[in-house]
Design a protein around this ligand. Structure first.
Ligand code: IMP
Length: 424
């Protein structure tokens, strides 16, 4: 397996959790490198559904080292909740969880500011998960952030927290007319978190580079998706991190020469949660049908996901910006009973045809998607055991996708169970 990066090639929720879970069997280390508990990775094990937000999905397997890299933003409250949740599922993280000393920490004011910014400035409403992700990354890049290493040093924590609270409280009271935060309460609470987190903390880059020297296999688990990447997504309707493959290096301290392969996870159609342009979005009736067949509700917030036809323009963009070696197509079975399918191959706008992803948000909002049509297969695929046994029209649909995207398909998922996976 060597060192493999797995990313979402659309707007997140492509079904990465299941595929990462399958790939984990060949990995020694599983690493989250960006985002925070805005992510929701669902894995079905037998009759049980397990949703992870912050801890790498590798934790569901015995003897895998699970690493939360420096590029992740960590809400200690959410982390401890997730550790307790896993305990109720008889999964113990002690001994295999590692947390980077350089990851940034989410504080209560980040969560409040995330929500207030959305409510107050409705013109640029992003539809964030409200987990404080954006404000925490803002502090990181403005060099005001508090890192895990700071959390473990009460003197540094006190100094930085006092300084940050002065600014945050001024903004909260004057700009938002919102109650302010007390230093003592947060300081006490975060010192207590520090004591619990301390045993897991490590130098993530040293740990992983040492593992590479010992020829261990590392699986980098991307969160969100390419179109939510702060640089390559539908800006400003994006998350605040680099959810593309490049983020794996910056967010873990492993150099690009050590990455052997990048795989993109692609849903057989398209979904997105939150606000922002979505050129191939379905009309209300089709939306209802696919949302219910595909159980398209956010794993983190429970919000209904917006659904649409497969958009080859955005996935072609994802193939390029991530340098994808192959893709995995998920949820093909959701399309089983569709008599006809559409694939978007370009956007028409003001007499021009865009077959490559445009940066201009106005084009993305207003363009008319140009579709190719394919016949459906009108057959249940959920019990298919081999790729060659898929109905001919399903294979034709997949073959058309590989041609349009210029990449090969490595796996196809036809249900949420680990066994409902076809290897191509
Ligand atoms: P934030 O990451 O909470 O700041 O939210 C920014 C945008 O990214 C919103 O549209 C969210 O709905 C979206 N988003 C964040 N995390 C995920 C995810 O894991 N899956 C899908 N959408 C996400």
């Amino acid at each position: 397996m060597a060192n493999l990066v797995v990313i979402g090639a659309q707007w997140g929720d492509e079904g990465k959790g299941k595929i990462i879970d399958i790939l984990t069997k060949d990995a020694d280390y599983v690493v989250r490198y960006q985002g925070g508990n805005n992510a929701g990775h669902t894995v079905v094990v037998g009759d049980e559904e397990i949703i992870l937000h912050l801890i790498p999905s590798g934790v569901l397997h015995k003897n895998k080292i699970c690493v939360i890299g420096n590029g992740v933003v960590i809400d200690p409250e959410a982390l401890l909740q997730e550790i307790s949740y896993l305990k109720t599922k008889r999964i113990n993280v002690d001994g295999n969880l590692r947390i980077s000393d350089s990851a940034h920490v989410i504080f209560p004011y980040h969560k409040v500011l995330d929500k207030l910014r959305e409510e107050k400035f409705s013109k640029t409403k992003i539809g964030t998960t409200g987990r404080g992700i954006g404000p925490c990354y803002t502090d990181k890049y403005s060099r005001a952030g508090i890192r895990i290493a700071d959390l473990l040093n009460p003197r540094v924590l006190e100094e930085k927290l006092r300084c940050n609270l002065k600014e945050k409280n001024a903004v909260l009271s004057t700009v938002y007319k919102h109650p302010t935060f007390s230093f003592d309460k947060i300081f006490r609470q975060y010192c207590a978190y520090a004591d619990i987190i301390r045993p897991y903390v490590c130098n993530c880059s040293l740990l992983l580079n040492d593992a590479i020297k010992k020829k261990k296999n590392i699986l980098f688990e991307g969160a969100q998706g390419t179109l939510l990447d702060v640089d390559y997504g539908t800006y400003p309707f994006v998350t605040s991190s680099n959810s593309t493959a490049g983020g794996a290096c910056a967010g873990s301290g492993v150099g690009p020469t050590k990455i052997d392969k990048v795989i993109g996870i692609v849903k057989a159609y398209t979904t997105r949660v939150g606000e922002g342009p979505f050129p191939t979005e379905f009309s209300a009736q089709l939306m209802k049908k696919i949302r219910s067949r595909g159980k398209e509700f956010g794993a983190t917030t429970g919000r209904p996901r917006r659904c649409g036809w497969f958009d080859a323009v955005i996935v072609k963009h994802a193939v390029a910006v991530n340098g994808l070696d192959a893709i995995v197509v998920t949820k093909l079975d959701v399309l089983d009973m569709m008599p006809k399918l559409k694939i978007c191959v370009g956007y028409a706008y003001k007499g021009k045809m865009f077959s490559d992803f445009p940066a201009d948000i106005e084009v993305l909002w207003q363009a008319r998607p140009v579709y190719e049509e394919c016949p459906g297969w009108m057959q249940d695929t959920t019990g298919v055991k081999k790729f060659s046994q898929l109905p001919p029209n399903a294979r034709n649909y997949l073959s058309r996708l590989t041609k349009l995207l210029g990449t090969r398909i490595e796996m196809v998922s036809i249900g949420s169970d680990r066994n409902q996976t076809l290897f191509v």
